[in-house]
Design a protein around this ligand. Structure first.
Ligand code: PEP
Ligand code: MN
Length: 345
């Protein structure tokens, strides 16, 4: 880190700051410029205390980090792409994958119909959401344990793999025998207690980006999963809260490209929660693949108009099939580009 002092900083201020830096286990190097004095702090920013608190000292103008707060997820540390296998679905492999399913499990009939349709469409990894985080606590929060029972029956019937969101440590336990991948949703993206609990199970994790998280914060949360023992982490960009309510969230296509460059972990995109409107799902999915996404998470429901949640963005079965067909050339292009990149490295 570099600490930039204010122009009026005295020799006493400089000494006091150097002492504080030493007490936090960094070596200070004092550089006196024409206007500003700068204290370069040598030490491991990843494992040491942060020097951010020094920003509050009256003589300090700015504290600038040099190192990222993550290492295990970075491409410098692990140059080749990580592939996360969930049942029959490889995420981050040679071809982009599609994960789909309803926003929530609403009944045995609804979920059976949804999974039957998706397996006929060739999908093996399905969204199975018995617990729902909602914008308002008074909205439908899922069938909870009844939904978990439905999952068990549907899994036995169709032999599919599931990705399920957990909202707290109790859900991690309840879902352990039936889900194949835990989802940490946008609202829990920085819930480090929950990340620790999930990581300890050693199952694949789909980590969504918080709706106001920076790319650095998203990757640092992924790092925390790796540090706590989970090596099968998949990132998912799902759009940011923005000023413009024309779309539900602003799909950050640059973050997809950036995360692919900065990290070896697979990166998916969720155009459904970004768009909030079914007509935008296809164009956003194409944009995400063009930016380098390893696959897509799409909400599909047998009867979206009557869905208990996210009715406007879920695709009915016929539209889902059309979207999948329209995506095929984009998927093929993404796969060809991946092969080309792999050959040139
Ligand atoms: C979801 O995938 O069901 C969901 C709630 O998404 P997000 O956390 O991105 O809002
Ligand atoms: Mn939803």
């Amino acid at each position: 880190m570099i600490i930039v002092l204010k122009p009026h900083a005295s020799d006493q201020d400089v000494q006091m700051i150097a002492d504080r830096v030493r007490s936090l286990r960094y070596q200070p190097r004092i550089i006196r410029g024409v206007e500003h004095t700068v204290v370069a702090c040598i030490g491991d920013e990843l494992n040491n205390h942060s020097l951010e608190a020094l920003r509050n000292l009256p003589a300090v103008d700015n504290v600038i980090p040099i190192q990222h707060r993550y290492k295990l997820v970075s491409r410098e540390y692990h140059p080749t792409d990580t592939v996360v296998q969930v049942g029959q679905t490889a995420i981050g492999g040679d071809t982009p994958c599609v994960i789909a399913g309803p926003c929530a499990i609403e009944s045995a009939e609804q979920f059976r119909t949804a999974v039957g349709h998706l397996t006929r469409a060739g999908l093996h990894l399905v969204r199975a959401m018995p617990y729902k985080p909602r914008t308002s606590p008074y909205d439908f929060q899922g069938l909870r344990e009844d939904g978990v029972r439905i999952m068990r029956d549907v899994k036995a019937e169709f032999g599919v793999s599931f990705v399920s969101e957990v909202l707290g440590p109790a859900h991690v336990e309840t879902l352990a025998d039936v889900t194949d991948m835990y989802q940490i949703g946008a609202r829990n993206a920085q819930n480090y207690d929950l990340l620790e609990t999930v990581a300890a199970v050693r199952k694949p994790v789909l980590l969504k980006r918080g709706m106001a998280s920076t790319v650095e914060e998203w990757l640092t949360a992924a790092e925390y999963l790796l540090v706590n023992g989970c090596s099968q982490v998949v990132l998912c960009e799902r759009g940011l809260r923005s000023f413009d309510r024309a779309v539900r969230n602003l799909l950050d296509v640059s973050a997809i490209a950036l995360a692919k460059q900065a990290s070896h972990l697979p990166v998916l995109a969720d155009p459904s929660h970004a768009a909030g409107k079914r007509a935008l799902v296809l164009p956003l999915a194409c944009a995400a693949l063009a930016a380098g996404a390893d696959g897509l998470v799409i909400e599909a429901h047998p009867d979206p108009v009557n869905a208990f949640s996210d009715a406007a963005q879920q695709l009915d079965s016929a539209t889902f099939d059309t979207v999948l067909a329209e995506l095929a050339p984009w998927m093929a292009l993404a796969a060809a580009r991946k092969r080309q990149q792999a050959a040139s490295t």
